[in-house]
Design a protein around this ligand. Structure first.
Ligand code: COI
Length: 354
């Protein structure tokens, strides 16, 4: 069932909020939180369904110290974006896909998920209530962050008795500031995911374990870390917050979503666009050796969009790849963002116009 709350035509505003808005430097957006006016909150008991939610002022939430999200990490998140077009429409990129992915994750973590319809309606309401925070055309996007968390108190390890579905948003620009391309370091010591774990769903618990490796890599001047499979240590998996592709000749390859790779929505969209322009796209194990021999490497994700990789470092070997105007990633980035921002017709039915 869809949320019972109707879209708010006039978002909650405060003079503090208006001042914050006036001070946003749209040209300089990065990927840091700029709190918007409103967020969406819905709750449901275990075994029941989400039936209603509401738009409330953005702010801190009150939660039991004994809830499973805080104690055992029972939580999922999503990330999606809304764009403002030149003719001032607001388009959301593939929200149904995020809804389905949240359902898959909820099944894995024994959580009550919102229905696809409920999820999409709630996202629309969140965007409408924060409409003014969708950046001007070409200046970035409104990043939308849905959370599903086990919020009811329970001391033992078990599903939470109550779940909270919450959506907040922030205007964002580039995730990585590096203009030429990413410098990735392969982590050959720690792993992001393992067979039978939660690497294939967007569990909150997938992210903090990568931070140590990421911090170490950044302190040595790298942009991000690339993880290898835990079973053999020979195949590439994904970076800290994005999927990876390699290009060799006319073949574009990316690791398969067989449990340890996040099924990225940008990943899926980019595979389709690459096929549309004549590339063969293969979802298969990709070895480190192949990566080091590739013509080009790029990363994809909601936050990252499509980002060329300039170098990969494995132990003391550093390989440089094609970047810039000639790179396939540049072409795919342009194809994708033209659809997202309404510059070209969306023949795929990806954009939801609100
Ligand atoms: C996204 O691209 O939405 C992500 O999940 C990345 C986030 C962890 C920063």
């Amino acid at each position: 069932m869809a949320p019972s709350v109707q879209p708010s035509s006039s978002p909650l505003r405060t003079s503090e909020g208006d001042e914050k808005y006036a001070n946003v430097k749209w040209e300089e957006l990065g990927f840091s939180l700029i709190p918007t006016d409103c967020m969406y909150v819905a709750k449901c008991r275990q075994g029941e369904s989400f039936t209603e939610g509401k738009i409330v002022p953005y702010g801190d939430i009150s939660i039991s110290p004994c809830c499973p999200i805080l104690n055992y990490g029972q939580g999922l998140f999503e990330g999606l974006k809304a764009y403002r077009t030149e003719d001032d429409r607001i388009l959301i990129f593939r929200p149904h896909e995020n809804a389905v992915r949240m359902q898959d994750g909820a099944e894995r973590l024994c959580m009550a998920p919102p229905s696809v319809e409920f999820f999409v309606e709630a996202v629309k309401q969140t965007v409408l209530a924060n409409k003014k925070w969708v950046p001007p055309p070409g200046k970035g996007a409104l990043y939308i962050r849905p959370l599903l968390i086990g919020s009811g108190a329970i001391l033992g390890v078990a599903p939470a008795p109550e779940y909270t579905f919450l959506i907040y948003a922030s205007p964002v620009g580039d995730y990585h500031k590096a203009s030429s391309g990413l410098n990735l370091k392969i982590d050959h010591k720690s792993h992001r995911a393992h067979s039978g774990g939660t690497g294939g769903v967007k569990s909150c618990t997938n992210y903090s374990p990568v931070v140590k490796s990421l911090v170490e890599a950044k302190s040595s001047g790298f942009s991000d870390v690339l993880f290898l499979d835990a079973a053999t240590g020979r195949n590439i998996e994904e970076a800290s917050a994005c999927n990876i592709f390699i290009v060799k000749g006319n073949i574009v390859s990316t690791p398969p979503t067989s449990g340890t790779i996040l099924p990225g929505i940008t990943r899926k969209s980019i595979s389709e666009l690459a096929r549309d322009i004549g590339y063969q796209v293969q979802e298969r194990d990709v070895s480190v050796d192949e990566l080091l021999e590739a013509d080009e490497v790029f990363c994809t994700g909601t936050a990252v969009v499509v980002k060329a990789v300039e170098t990969v470092t494995f132990h003391d070997k550093k390989v440089k790849y094609r970047t810039g105007e000639e790179a396939l990633s540049k072409k795919l980035h342009s194809m994708l963002t033209s659809i997202q921002t309404g510059l070209v017709e969306d023949t795929k039915g990806w954009m939801v116009d609100i």
